[in-house]
Write a protein that binds this ligand. Structure first.
Ligand code: SF4
Length: 202
């Protein structure tokens, strides 16, 4: 299971924690997370008495700067995401048979065809998306109902949160993901590239 800084990830951690499910939970620690995201990570661990493992890139931020120049995300964000997110996730998933993600169909056009259970061809395993049909309202209703901890940045105008250098506030009426890579066409980090489907689903 790979939760994220998103409220959806917190909903899934809540379900795992409440159910006492023996599911390995990890997060991609890019070394560029907001302090509020680290705080949420620690809060979730305390609240549910579980461990969220850190999966890190091969190079820390300073080593990446020495190799590719400073602030690679300002010039080549796809390359930066590949190094700091996709490659570490690929390495982690290579030893697993299935993983759970918190994506929802309405988040992006690329995710609009996501299924509850899919074959994740790029990473070579089964991918389970339990919240794929959930609306944003349903997610927030669950959070309020159960008092699930979420990232403090949501209340400050950040509906979608990634690495600090690539995440900005979103204005009223903007797409919730408009604050991600704002100066680029980029909309995805590459973790949820579209994939082949296993079961038929209506
Ligand atoms: S979100 Fe930005 S800083 Fe984070 S890995 Fe991608 S390009 Fe790099």
């Amino acid at each position: 299971m790979k939760p994220s800084a998103r409220p959806e990830g917190c909903v899934i951690v809540d379900a795992i924690g409440r159910g006492g499910l023996a599911i390995d939970i990890f997060t991609l620690d890019t070394g560029l997370l907001f302090p509020e995201t680290i705080e949420l990570w620690e809060t979730l661990e305390r609240r549910y008495g579980l461990t969220i493992r850190a999966v890190k890139p091969a190079q820390n931020v300073a080593e990446q700067a020495a190799r590719y120049g400073r602030a690679l995300w300002e010039r080549l964000p796809d390359r930066c995401c590949e190094l700091r997110k996709v490659e570490p996730l690929r390495r982690e998933l290579s030893r697993l048979d299935a993983w759970i993600s918190s994506i929802r169909r309405e988040q992006t056009t690329d995710r609009a065809s996501a299924r509850t259970v899919e074959r994740d061809t790029p990473f070579g395993l089964v991918k389970v998306n339990p919240l794929v049909h959930w609306t944003s309202e349903a997610v927030w209703e669950r959070i309020r109902e159960r008092g699930i901890p979420v990232n403090a940045l949501h209340a400050r105008g950040y509906p979608s949160i990634g690495c600090e250098p690539c995440t900005t506030r979103v204005a009223a009426g903007e797409n919730p993901r408009a604050g991600r890579w704002r100066t680029f066409e980029k909309t995805e980090c590459g973790l949820h590239a579209r994939i082949a489907v296993v079961p038929k689903e209506t």
